[in-house]
Structure formats: structure tokens, C-alpha cells
Design a protein around this ligand. Structure first.
Ligand SMILES: C[S@@+](CC[C@H](N)C(=O)[O-])C[C@H]1O[C@@H](n2cnc3c(N)ncnc32)[C@H](O)[C@@H]1O
Length: 252
């Protein structure tokens, strides 16, 4: 060993140091963002199915004035904000179930003082026995992708301000069909909201197979009339509608 030590690090110029610093900072930020996303996704999985806490799935145990509503409360709040902002004449819902979500939207319309819900489902169940539901909700029994059903809805909305919410069969093929069939009744500035894009590993139920998320990607790859509203999607960290708040920006 001589008295002269060699250094393993290359001697960097000032520009080199700045570049190295910027790259390292970028790398750390990316790692931090991924760690945060993992925490949110893990929380989302527990929220969706908290059986290890001895709890039932919250969306199976959520009610609006007594009517079961198969939704995350955060999404209902976001949609209520959109209804207030856009004040559409109609909200068309595919997938009524027991009418809980329709009843919620009708209640918001009642407070706003305008707006009606048209909701379609394959089967007819007992609906909320409430004046607001009776006055503001029309239930149609049929397949949401049946052309006769779509034509009937088009006649009813008749060029008014329309928003659409897709929450029926969550297979990719069905959702894509609905997106194509209902996209032209959505008026500019209003939304087409696609529910349950969380399945197939986004981040829930990885074995589900292609669902709403994949339908949205395919739809958007060929359409320029809708844009994703990321602010609406991300404001509560978790949502049942990832990539699913689609705002109509123009007519094709
Ligand atoms: C997730 S639930 C809807 C929940 C409801 N939107 C709520 O939040 O309370 C899905 C519903 O879609 C209906 N459905 C399934 N396939 C359908 C189709 N092809 N056309 C219309 N409705 C369908 C089912 O009968 C079921 O009631």
C-alpha cells in the first residue's frame, strides 16, 4: 500500500453532478409514488372485502333512506357534485338492482329542483316506496343493449341534457356495447360514468377477466369525443370507477 489512495467514484463535472442529482431525485420520487399507490391499493382491497376484520362488504351494506345501494359512498358524493355542476335533465342508469342509486340521484335532483332518472334492468324488483322515487324515476325492464330499449330511452330524453351511468353487466363486451350505444345521447359537458373498472386487478378481483376498465381503454383508443376526468376520479383516492369519469368534450 502506497500513501496514494485511488477513488472508485468518477470525478463528475458540475453538469454531470446536476444530471446525477436530477436522475436520483426522479428515481426516489417514482419509488415514493409507487409505494403510495401500493398503500392505496392495499387499503382498497381491504375496504372492498374486509372479511379479515370480521366485516361484511360495505357496498353490500350501504343504504339510501332504507334502499340498498351498491356503490361506494365517495363515488355517490362525486356524482352528486357532478349533478349539481352540470344540472342535466336526465341521468340514464344501466343496472337498477333495487333502485338505491336511482333513488339517491332522484333525491339530489329533487333538491336541485330539476332532473329525472331513467334506469334499465333485466329484472324488476321491489322499488323504494317514496314520493321522490315515484315522481323522478322511470324504470325500464329489458337488456340495456337491446336496440328497442336504447331507442325508447332516446325518444324519452329527446335532445335534453343527458348524463349516463353504466352499472349493469360488467363484462368487457357488454360494457363496450353500452358505451357505443349510449355515447351519442350524452350531451357536451356531461359525463358517461363507467362503474366497476376495479375488477380484473385494478386493483380488485384479478381473476375476473376483461371488464369495464378494458372496455374504457378500447373505447377511448378510437374516440376523441370523450376525455377522462382524472380530478373527479382521484379526489377520494379510491373509486369504483377507475378511468371511468368520462366527460364529453365534442360531437363526433
Ligand atoms: C351492480 S347492480 C346495479 C346496482 C345499482 N346501480 C345500485 O347502485 O344500486 C347490476 C344490475 O345490472 C343488471 N343487469 C345485468 N345485466 C344486464 C343487462 N344486460 N341489461 C340491463 N341490466 C342488467 C342486474 O340485474 C343487476 O340488477
Amino acid at each position: 500500500m502506497t500513501g496514494v489512495q485511488t477513488c472508485a467514484l468518477p470525478i463528475l463535472s458540475k453538469t454531470g453532478i446536476n444530471h446525477f442529482y436530477a436522475k436520483t431525485t426522479q428515481y426516489i420520487k417514482k419509488k415514493e409514488q409507487m409505494a403510495i399507490k401500493n398503500i392505496i391499493d392495499e387499503f382498497h382491497k381491504i375496504y372492498y372485502d374486509p372479511k379479515q376484520l370480521g366485516m361484511v362488504q360495505p357496498f353490500q351494506n350501504t343504504y339510501w333512506l332504507g334502499a340498498p345501494i351498491l356503490q361506494y359512498p365517495v363515488d355517490m358524493f362525486t356524482i352528486a357534485e357532478i349533478l349539481w355542476e352540470r344540472q342535466p335533465d336526465y341521468l340514464v342508469e344501466c343496472g337498477t338492482n333495487k333502485g338505491g342509486a336511482s333513488f339517491f340521484f332522484a333525491s339530489i335532483f329533487e333538491l336541485i329542483g330539476r332532473g329525472k332518472v331513467i334506469t334499465v334492468d333485466l329484472t324488476s324488483k321491489e322499488m323504494p316506496d317514496h314520493r321522490v322515487f315515484k315522481e323522478r324515476v322511470t324504470c325500464i325492464v329489458g337488456d340495456s343493449t337491446d336496440i328497442k330499449v336504447v331507442e325508447k330511452i332516446k325518444m324519452m330524453v329527446n335532445n335534453s341534457g343527458v348524463m349516463v351511468l353504466l352499472d349493469s353487466d360488467h363484462s368487457k363486451g357488454h360494457v363496450l356495447k353500452e358505451m357505443v350505444l349510449y355515447s351519442d345521447i350524452v350531451t357536451i359537458g356531461n359525463y358517461m360514468i363507467v362503474e366497476d373498472g376495479t375488477v380484473n386487478g385494478h386493483p380488485l378481483l384479478p381473476q375476473y377477466g376483461p371488464g369495464p376498465y378494458e372496455a374504457i381503454q378500447e373505447f377511448l383508443s378510437t374516440r376523441s369525443d370523450f376525455e377522462q376526468d382524472e380530478e373527479k376520479e382521484k379526489k377520494h383516492l379510491i373509486t369504483s370507477c377507475p378511468s371511468g369519469f368520462l366527460r364529453k368534450v365534442k360531437k363526433l
